[in-house]
Design a protein around this ligand. Structure first.
Ligand code: GRF
Length: 191
């Protein structure tokens, strides 16, 4: 069984789509959901599905080895970031080579990097007047939004679309693709 750990800081709508998709999957299991934010809705959502949840402590944020031990003890083979807003420490990247992935709500390399999260991304897309946006699933390395791209999907934008409209369109794409890309990645790896 491949065991997934999801990291989320916010609502957790992607986390929910992933948890639902892998419910009763024969070879992939969502093992736990971790958050750095006590108020993250993702924590309650995951608990309501019977998923083990964990609030990452300050000590764990400062000393990634503690978190790495926790994840290794639970047999985690893939860390899935879904709206997780803290930087992943270099030690964790080293401990999970090619086994940490993230979703970004735009077509990287455009509209990525520091400060490009949440509505800031969609606002920048609207201001740039581009005809489409989309989502990118990529490996995580030590630099924000910089790891190798695994999958991208795009959506057409209307001239009248505001940031909230773009956000809605992109989120629909994310929910459709993120679970399937995770599944494909893990099935490919276990071949
Ligand atoms: C998504 O748009 C994702 O691309 C970004 O953060 C957002 C998380 O949304 N990294 P949710 O918490 O999954 O609803």
């Amino acid at each position: 069984m491949d065991q997934i750990a999801i990291f989320a800081s916010g609502t957790g709508s992607n986390a929910k789509a992933i948890i639902q998709y892998f419910d009763e999957h024969e070879s992939i299991k969502v093992n736990c959901l971790l958050s750095n934010k006590p108020s993250a809705k993702a924590l309650d959502m995951a608990a309501s599905f019977g998923i083990h949840t964990k609030l990452i402590s300050r000590a764990e944020l400062e000393n990634p080895m503690l978190l790495i031990d926790f994840l290794k003890e639970r047999g985690i083979s893939l860390i899935v970031l879904a709206g997780y807003l803290k930087k992943i420490p270099a030690d964790m990247v080293k401990a999970f080579p090619n086994a940490i992935i993230n979703i970004h709500p735009a077509l990287l390399p455009d509209f990525g990097g520091k400060g490009m999260y949440g509505m800031h991304v969609h606002q920048a897309v609207v201001e740039a007047g581009v005809g489409k946006s989309g989502m990118t699933i990529h490996y995580v390395n030590e630099v924000y939004d910089d790891g190798g791209i695994i999958f991208q999907a795009s959506v057409d934008l209307e001239e009248t679309d505001q940031a909230a409209d773009v956000a809605k369109k992109v989120l629909t794409l994310e929910h459709r693709h993120y679970p399937k890309v995770i599944e494909q990645l893990l099935l490919e790896r276990s071949k």
